[in-house]
Ligand binder design. Structure first.
Ligand SMILES: Nc1ncnc2c1ncn2[C@@H]1O[C@H](COP(=O)(O)OP(=O)(O)OP(=O)(O)O)[C@@H](O)[C@H]1O
Ligand SMILES: [Mg+2]
Length: 148
C-alpha cells in the first residue's frame, strides 16, 4: 500500500494537491482536520493564533491505526492532508509532498482568508524559513516539493 503525506505551510495548497492526487491514483483521502475534531485530538485552543493545539502523539497513533487498518483491508493507497503529517515516522510513509508557494501569492491567499496580521506574518515567516521542509528532511522522508 502507498502512503503519501501532503504537508506544507497553511495556504500553500495541501488540500487542493492532496484531493487531486487521491482522485488521480484512486487513493483514500484523509482529512486530518476532520480527524482532529472527531477524535478530539486538540489539547487546547490558542486564542492568539485562533487555532487548535493538536496532541501530536495522539494524532500519530490515530494515523498509524488508519494506515494499519487500510493495509489489512487492501486499500490501494492513502493521501494524508496535514501540516503535521510529516511527523509520522519514516517507516510508514512512502512519499512526503511539501507544498510551497511564493510569498506574494501566499500573502494574498492568507489575507483573503481573513487571517490576522500576526497569523499572516507567522505563516509567511515559516514559509520563507522553510520550517516544514526542514522538519520533513529531519524525519528523513523521501520528499517531493510541489510549487503552486
Ligand atoms: N494550484 C493552485 N492554483 C490556484 N490557487 C490555488 C492552488 N492551490 C491552492 N490554491 C488556492 O489557495 C488557497 C489555499 O489552498 P488550500 O486550501 O489547498 O491550502 P492548504 O495548504 O490546504 O491550507 P490549510 O493548511 O489551511 O488547510 C485556496 O483558496 C486555493 O483555492
Ligand atoms: Mg487544507
Amino acid at each position: 500500500m502507498n502512503v503519501v503525506v501532503v504537508t506544507g505551510t497553511p495556504g500553500t495548497g495541501k488540500t487542493v494537491i492532496a484531493k487531486r492526487l487521491a482522485k488521480q491514483k484512486g487513493f483514500l483521502y484523509i482529512d486530518v482536520k476532520k480527524l482532529v475534531k472527531n477524535f478530539t485530538l486538540g489539547t487546547s485552543y490558542d486564542k492568539k493564533r485562533k487555532s487548535i493545539v493538536v496532541d501530536l502523539k495522539k494524532l500519530n497513533k490515530v494515523l498509524i491505526n488508519i494506515i494499519e487498518i487500510s493495509k489489512e483491508n487492501k486499500v490501494k493507497g492513502l493521501v494524508i492532508d496535514s501540516h503535521l503529517a510529516h511527523f509520522l515516522p519514516r517507516k510508514y510513509v512512502d512519499l512526503c509532498i511539501v507544498t510551497r508557494t511564493n510569498t506574494k501569492k501566499l500573502y494574498s491567499r492568507l489575507k483573503k482568508r481573513g487571517y490576522s496580521k500576526s497569523k499572516i506574518d507567522e505563516n509567511m515567516e515559516a514559509e520563507i524559513m522553510e520550517v516544514i521542509l526542514d522538519e520533513a528532511r529531519r524525519m528523513k522522508h523521501k520528499i517531493k516539493i510541489i510549487k503552486n
